[in-house]
Design a protein around this ligand. Sequence first.
Ligand code: MHO
Length: 228
Amino acid sequence: MSQIITNLDTGIKMPPIDISAPREIETLTCAMGCFWGPDCRFGAMDGVVRTRVGYAGGTTPDPNYHNIGDHIETLQIDYDPKKISFEEIIKIFWNGHKPTRTVWKRQYASALFFHNEYQESVAREGRAMLSSQLGEEVGTELIPFTKFYMAEMYHQKYHLQGYEELMAEYRSFYPSLGDIVNSTSAARVNGFIGGYGEVSQFEEVFPLLGLPGDKAGFLKDIIKRNRR
Ligand code: MHO
């Protein structure tokens, strides 16, 4: 049975998986086409702590969806380095987009925004290896991270926001949408809805998600229907 527990530090009721979110995290910032899909792909992964979608890689000040300028739709992932290494998580990035695809609009370009020299060297090595395997030029850009602009709230956890019956549960403990965006529980459920993750993984994590037991079957049906 799932339960909501009270965080003794703050007195706020929240899902167990959110209470136990690690404070020490590392961040991967990447772009691989429309950001809704990657938000799900990474959000469903064990070890991912939180995700947010936004814009990066351009010069246009204060971009938004309708005035994106030269920015790229980008996803930012906070992960637990004790559970996933950078080498592991970047594999999901390389496998999750077609690096030789023609990009018809900069908004949908593929890019990795490295946060430090280590990330840069792993990314450069990965890109060189991929391009020799494919025998083709890899178009994925490697860009030093400078700034990430959060996208509009309606783009965050986009698939989850389509299910009012689940959003109502999240709102009952997180009245502010910003807290839902930062929730590990919401990242997982958004990911499962988007077709990522296994049913067995869902069953294991469900008791930590803070959702009432009657939502388990409901979600499992969605997962089976949407599985990629
Ligand atoms: N193919 C998507 C693009 C949205 S994405 C946030 C659509 O339905 O318009 O760019």
